[in-house]
Design a protein around this ligand. Structure first.
Ligand SMILES: Nc1ncnc2c1ncn2[C@@H]1O[C@H](COP(=O)(O)OP(=O)(O)OP(=O)(O)O)[C@@H](O)[C@H]1O
Ligand SMILES: [Mg+2]
Length: 260
């Protein structure tokens, strides 16, 4: 059975792209068949997985939405690119130009669902990377997800923004997707020796720990993470023996243990 997990936080720069890509590759290295769908017009996950010509690609999440609007679908597999150990459906800036057309479409919250439904039979995991916004595309993502992984940084502002996200997910669950659950919070960019980070992690655990799973595996702050993104390869390939790769290895195991 395929599990569809979105990686979502309206706060920018908390590690959504890094986690979609590296958790995806981590799960693939454990023998799972994984597809990552990038739904952010910035296309950062697409770039991080080595696709550096995203603005020139014919088949992307942007063209998928255009085809949905025009009722002119093509098979889902035509959107798929294979790279490193995962498949990816890329995204590019064109998606931003469909905001208005999406708003006025009759099936506006269910467009992406058509793509995901068709892909499910081919994968164990579909990971969907969200843009830093609770816009209609993100609502589409949450409508077709089984669960959500929320990346946060151990910083006060990051923790404060969480409440809005959790309330939005609860409201989505009531209105559009009864099966939606929060898979868990992943703490990213951690400097374990910083007292400030320790305090913020404790605060996060105090506020949310008994309501929402906080993954034991945390991703350390590492300059290697920034570098591997820039090189378009996963942390497993760029720095396989480093602490960030170990963090993602642990996180992949934890996700497998919980989600199966
Ligand atoms: N653990 C980490 N250590 C160091 N740098 C990191 C780490 N995780 C992510 N980064 C870097 O921080 C930047 C932001 O991360 P990322 O793009 O994954 O965040 P995001 O939430 O997807 O951002 P956006 O909201 O803009 O889409 C990137 O340059 C990335 O390489
Ligand atoms: Mg991103």
């Amino acid at each position: 059975m395929c599990r569809v997990i979105s990686v979502c936080n309206q706060k920018g720069g908390v590690g959504k792209s890094a986690i979609s890509c590296n958790l995806g590759v981590g799960l693939a290295r454990k023998g799972k068949k994984v597809c990552i769908i990038d739904t952010d017009p910035q296309g950062n996950a697409t770039f991080s997985l080595g696709i550096d010509n995203r603005d020139k690609l014919e088949n992307t999440v942007s063209s998928f939405i255009e085809r949905e609007i025009n009722e002119d679908p093509i098979p889902a597999k035509e959107y798929v690119i294979h790279n490193e150990e995962v498949d990816i459906i890329p995204c590019n800036i064109e998606l931003a130009s469909y905001d208005y057309a999406m708003m006025t479409a009759y099936n506006r919250e269910h467009m992406l669902e058509n793509l995901v439904k068709e892909l499910k039979k081919d994968y164990d995991y579909i990971l969907i990377e969200c843009s830093p916004s609770l816009n209609l595309m993100t609502i589409n993502v949450l409508t077709c997800s089984d669960s959500v992984i929320i990346p946060v940084e151990p910083a006060t502002l990051s923790i404060e923004g969480l409440q809005l996200l959790i309330e939005s997910i609860r409201s989505m669950k009531k209105k559009l997707n009864r099966k939606l659950k929060i898979e868990g919070i992943v703490i990213n960019n951690v400097e374990f020796r910083q007292k400030e980070d320790q305090r913020n992690i404790e605060e996060l655990q105090e506020i949310y720990g008994d309501k929402i799973r906080i993954f034991d595996s945390m991703i350390p702050k590492s300059v290697r993470m920034r570098e591997c993104t820039a090189h378009g390869v996963s942390i497993f390939r760029y720095d396989p023996n480093g602490k960030a790769a170990q963090g993602f290895e642990d996180l992949s195991e934890e996700v497998l243990a919980y989600a199966g």
